[in-house]
Design a binder for this molecule. Structure first.
Ligand SMILES: NC(=O)c1ccc[n+]([C@@H]2O[C@H](COP(=O)([O-])OP(=O)(O)OC[C@H]3O[C@@H](n4cnc5c(N)ncnc54)[C@H](O)[C@@H]3O)[C@@H](O)[C@H]2O)c1
Ligand SMILES: C[N+](C)(C)CC=O
Length: 489
């Protein structure tokens, strides 16, 4: 098996240590690839390449139209290689190939969206209060960007960082999750083919506590953009303070899905399932906290449980599979403990609550889709991000109580409200403290709308115009048209 390499200063090279990591298919634990394992030395080398390309290269000052053309080409190549990329993503993560194909379409869309935006902001003239002057505001690249991504949506989360960073004229070093690097490696090949100059985009592979920590702490990195868990986010925030880096954090969520009695019942049940069991619940915005009006609670749970029993677990490469495995044994243990703790706190397992019995699934990290009832907000199982196919159910009787329960979390990433009373929906979403709130919908995102969290779900935004502005510095240029002495001193 070929060893896949890191990409530094335009060359595919093995790591300084020559260490190698096996990449495992979570469906059956087979080795699907071997990759070079970078360490802090490689990270330093990649940062130096990005620094040189920013300080001395052509990319930051190239016409924005030219950068946009290159980013358009990346989108073209992702569309061309969609099937290969989707299969790599599924081998790495265990998600169904159908889901991965959808991810690839989203990813091409993100590159396309930012490519289009590249030359649309030429700055602005502002109305100067000083006579005989011109005051203008322009945007410039931030500099060298460190980009650190998680394993659940490896290339999607990478695209949200790569496309705006490139369009804005930055240089970068990306570190994907050490357990799911395959599509990031492939997209760096595509970026090279598209003509991204040497040193502008660099890829290091390997663990967070060495490679990621180096990126976060380096004085030669101007911005760190991180997507991942809250505890990692806190340590990156501390490390980034060394040189007061610009910081963008996309962290976890514990997302409420509020269902009123007047909602369309079948739609709300169906969407509640999608909200939490898609990608086995390994989604930052998964609707893991179902908050249902008391009058329909029992019927809703019964309908949900009946539907959950039909979810087909299996190999993501099998057309009939609806849900794949969890990412790793470590994560399976975490989800198992999370549910066991919930049971000890008083939650009732309405369905699931353990590993599946099928012999075919025993080598994979599978956990049954699980519904926990009798839950209240004081339970850890309701407060902690389990990041698995587990939904907790709480009840409410008034609109105020629904909103209070929804907001009772350290997180504020996303939430949903299902009701046919639009005024009620609007009243609720106005009070819900989350970066994205859906009405009669859950888990939808697209390039045009900003994404990010309130409270401890993060800092900053990805996607949309704010997702580009994260990668830009704003400069005010003032020109005196009639310079003359001030005669103050
Ligand atoms: N808000 C969002 O948009 C969003 C999207 C996807 C995932 N997530 C969150 O990601 C988490 C799951 O991903 P994960 O388990 O890969 O998260 P993680 O925090 O364990 O790892 C994320 C990345 O950080 C790196 N890392 C780990 N320790 C580091 C350190 N000390 N310094 C620098 N980098 C370090 C890892 O190697 C990996 O590349 C969940 O909490 C999920 O909610 C959030
Ligand atoms: C941001 N999103 C929803 C694509 C993936 C979160 O894990």
């Amino acid at each position: 098996m070929d060893i896949k390499k890191q990409f530094i200063d335009g060359s595919w090279i093995t790591s300084a240590s020559e260490a190698i990591r096996d990449i495992i298919n979570p469906y059956n634990q087979e080795i699907v690839a071997k990759v070079t394992e970078s360490d802090a030395t490689d990270a330093k080398k990649a940062i130096a390449a990005a620094r040189h390309a920013f300080d001395h290269g052509d990319w930051p000052a190239a016409p924005a139209t030219d950068r946009g053309k290159v980013v358009h080409k990346i989108a073209d190549f992702i569309e061309r290689d969609r099937e290969e990329l989707a299969e790599l993503e599924s081998l790495d993560t265990g998600k169904t190939v159908e889901e991965s194909r959808g991810d690839m379409d989203d990813i091409a869309g993100v590159f396309r969206y930012y490519a289009e935006m590249a030359d649309k902001d030429g700055g602005e003239i502002i109305d100067s209060p000083i006579p005989n002057s011109i005051s203008k505001v322009i945007r410039e690249p931030v500099g060298v960007c460190g980009q650190i991504t998680p394993w659940n949506y490896p290339l999607l989360q990478a695209s949200w960082k790569l496309a705006p960073a490139l369009v804005a004229g930055n240089t970068l070093v990306m570190k994907p999750s050490e357990i799911t690097p395959l599509t990031s490696i492939k997209v760096f090949e595509l970026m090279e083919e598209a003509g991204v100059p040497s040193g502008v985009a660099n890829l290091v592979l390997g663990p967070g506590n060495s490679v990621g920590a180096e990126l976060s702490a380096s004085d030669d990195v101007d911005l760190i953009s991180f997507t991942g868990g809250i505890e990692t986010g806190k340590s990156i925030m501390q490390a980034a303070s060394s040189n007061v880096k610009k910081l963008a954090l996309e962290l976890g969520g514990k997302n409420p899905n509020v269902v009123f009695a007047d909602a369309d019942f079948e739609t709300a049940v169906d969407q509640a399932m999608n909200a939490v069991f898609f990608h086995a619940g390994q989604i930052c915005s998964a609707g893991t906290r179902l908050i249902v009006e008391e009058s329909i609670h029992d019927d809703f749970v019964e309908a949900l449980v009946n539907r959950v029993k039909t979810i087909k677990l299996g190999n993501g490469f099998n057309e009939t599979t609806q849900m794949g495995p969890l990412i790793s044994q470590k994560h399976l243990d975490k989800v198992t403990n999370y549910v066991e703790n919930g049971k000890q706190e008083g939650a009732t397992v309405a369905v699931g609550g353990g590993r599946p019995d099928e012999p075919e699934l025993q080598n994979g990290f599978f956990y049954l889709p699980t519904v926990l009832t009798d839950c209240t907000t004081d339970m850890r199982v309701v407060q902690d991000e389990g990041f698995g196919p587990v939904i907790t159910v709480e009840k409410f009787t008034t609109e105020e109580e629904a909103v209070r329960l929804a907001n009772d979390s350290i997180y504020g990433l996303s939430g949903g409200v299902f009701t046919n009373d639009i005024a009620k929906a609007e009243r609720c979403v106005a009070k819900m403290r989350m970066g994205t709130v859906w009405i009669n919908e859950f888990n939808l995102y697209f390039p045009h709308a900003p994404w990010g969290g309130f409270k401890q779900s993060g800092i900053g935004r990805e996607l949309g115009k704010p997702g580009l502005e994260e990668y830009q510095e704003t400069k005010h240029i003032f020109q005196n048209l009639k310079p003359e002495p001030l005669n103050w001193f």
